[in-house]
Design a protein around this ligand. Structure first.
Ligand code: HEC
Ligand code: HEC
Length: 282
């Protein structure tokens, strides 16, 4: 028996009796005021007709948490991020606010257009790496290690300044198109003992149940997200690594070229959806 046959059996067994449920048909309105775009027509060349936020696949109580900023446990991380924004660190005696002042103005909309091309490094850059660039080059502070210190709350705080803005990646700049291609290859590449690709779960089987989880399209518009299971903010590259690990494959390092390419490609797949940071997921 070859690997793909085993994988089909494994996946089939995991999908409890092939339960299928449509994503709920509701609207996400934050605090009864800010209407979010959680369904959008897909970009040209997208394999699915419509892109749908992971919010639609969650239970009623989880959806309700995201709709209310006082109830959303991820908002504590946003408050933490705001504190870090205003804290002086490093040899230059500066905080983020020393140069960028009020994040509500200076960071507005930015979270919706990252990752973007970064000329100086000849690669795409995400918010996490831009924070590190500013810490090292502009503050005389050390780069945050992956998922450590203020990286998750500060990233979430910056993304939150774009709450509701539609995600858009600019593939025209630099070599973004080549990174998109590389990310697409990763998305469809079957890996691990289970021989599954991202597409096996999030494209072919979205809407089905895998164990107790309702499989979504795997969109990235809510990151960093608050995961109830972990009781914490979860970064995008942590989620990527978790999903790859679940196929019993070796996973690439955070911020490696492979995962940066995957970030470019998956962000493109979710274009048009509102930034939901901090989204609430199971
Ligand atoms: C000494 C001034 C200075 C400090 C302090 C500073 N930055 Fe910056 N930041 C800049 C400059 C200049 C740029 C634009 C050039 C570049 O990318 O380095 C920038 C760019 C950025 C961008 C990208 C803006 C865009 O248009 O895409 C983000 C996001 C950012 N900074 C966040 C931060 C955060 C978060 C901190 C605190 C950890 C911080 N910065 C600290 C000077 C600073
Ligand atoms: C074995 C099935 C499986 C595979 C393969 C898989 N995932 Fe997932 N993924 C899940 C499950 C289950 C969840 C949690 C429920 C959901 O949102 O789909 C999830 C969630 C996600 C989320 C969070 C969605 C949200 O709304 O917060 C992202 C992003 C994601 N996956 C990306 C990927 C990428 C990229 C790959 C390929 C490297 C991948 N996944 C491979 C099962 C899988």
């Amino acid at each position: 028996m070859n690997y793909s046959r085993i994988a089909i059996i494994a996946l089939g067994a995991a999908m409890t009796a092939s339960l299928v449920a449509a994503p709920v048909d509701e609207k996400l309105v934050i605090d009864g005021e800010l209407e979010m775009t959680t369904r959008a027509p897909s970009s040209d060349g997208h394999p699915l007709p419509e892109v749908i936020s992971g919010w639609h696949y969650r239970t009623e109580s989880t959806r309700a948490l995201e709709a209310d900023t006082f109830e959303n446990p991820g908002m504590l991380g946003i408050e933490q991020g705001e504190e870090i924004w205003n804290t002086v660190e490093g040899s230059e005696g500066k905080s983020c606010a020393s140069c960028h002042q009020d994040a509500a103005d200076s960071m507005a909309g930015l979270g919706a257009i990252y990752p973007k091309w970064h000329e100086a490094s000849g690669k795409p850059i995400n918010i996490e790496l831009q924070i590190n660039a500013c810490r090292v080059n502009n503050m005389g502070a050390e780069a945050y290690k992956f998922d450590k210190s203020g990286q998750k709350p500060l990233t979430a705080y910056i993304k939150h300044q774009s709450l509701g803005e539609p995600v858009k990646v600019n593939l025209e700049e630099g070599d973004m198109q080549a990174w998109w291609e590389r990310g697409k290859e990763m998305y469809y590449k079957r890996t691990g003992q289970l021989n599954l690709s991202c597409a096996s779960c999030h494209e072919k089987n979205n809407g089905k149940y895998i164990r107790a989880d309702h499989l979504s399209q795997g969109n990235v518009n809510g990151f960093p997200t608050y995961r109830l299971k972990q009781g914490n903010l979860i970064s995008l590259h942590n989620r990527f690594r978790g999903c790859i690990r679940d196929t019993r494959a070796e996973y690439p390092a955070a911020f490696s070229d492979d995962l940066m390419a995957l970030e470019v490609y998956t962000t493109w797949r979710g274009q048009g959806l509102s930034v939901e940071t901090p989204a609430v997921r199971q």
